[in-house]
Write a protein that binds this ligand. Sequence first.
Ligand SMILES: Nc1ncnc2c1ncn2[C@@H]1O[C@H](COP(=O)(O)OP(=O)(O)OP(=O)(O)O)[C@@H](O)[C@H]1O
Ligand SMILES: [Mg+2]
Length: 233
Amino acid sequence: MLSLQDVHAHYGPSHVLHGVSLGVSSGEVVALLGRNGVGKTTTIRTIMGLINASEGSIALKDVPIQGEPPYKRARRGIGLVPQGRGIFPNLSVREHLLLPPQRKQQDGQQWTLEEVYELFPRLKERERNAGNQLSGGEQQMLSIARALRGGPDLLLLDEPSEGLSPMMVERVGEILRELKSRSLPILLVEQNVRLALSVADRVYIMNKGQVVHESAASELAEDKETQHRLLGV
Ligand SMILES: Nc1ncnc2c1ncn2[C@@H]1O[C@H](COP(=O)(O)OP(=O)(O)OP(=O)(O)O)[C@@H](O)[C@H]1O
Ligand SMILES: [Mg+2]
């Protein structure tokens, strides 16, 4: 579904990604973990095309996509739930959900408003509320719901549990497991290792702009030494 080979990225003169290689297969949930500042968001933004890879290759469904602008990558089926949620303070819940250009997933599924509201009943109740009237948890649900409306074949989520109460973190986990049960491929960036391991099939850990660990999620769950050394947990 997604493949990165030796991807490098810079912010101006500062070299942030030093040859990142990773992949997500069809129907797979992959977690991308690592401490603060190791390059997780930069990796996600490079996949989406918000930053251009200075070297290396990025392919979606075996088609090279590097150099393409974000809207083209969205059209090819990449959906993004950005770090910080990206909710517009003055747009209503409904308006957020009407924004993304409609696209069918490759399996033919299309997320109608009704289907989105079925998965997120709370958003239906708050349909007419503005973004800045929502709780953090509601904003996160809206950010996920908006990405689904775009009909993604691959969903990128950047720290969806950040800043949420334990109960809302649980809810995010339920949503991710529900999407997984529908075979939606997911690349999940998380600081919450427990949440990530509860949903992921495979994990990568980054350090200093590189992938330094790759294993099955079940293997990392058992490997407390690696968790401690690379994640500080
Ligand atoms: N716009 C920017 N300009 C310059 N440097 C940046 C910019 N954004 C991030 N960086 C730097 O790039 C490195 C990687 O940042 P990135 O946001 O990808 O980390 P992260 O793993 O997502 O961290 P966090 O867990 O805190 O979200 C950091 O050293 C950061 O300071
Ligand atoms: Mg980040």
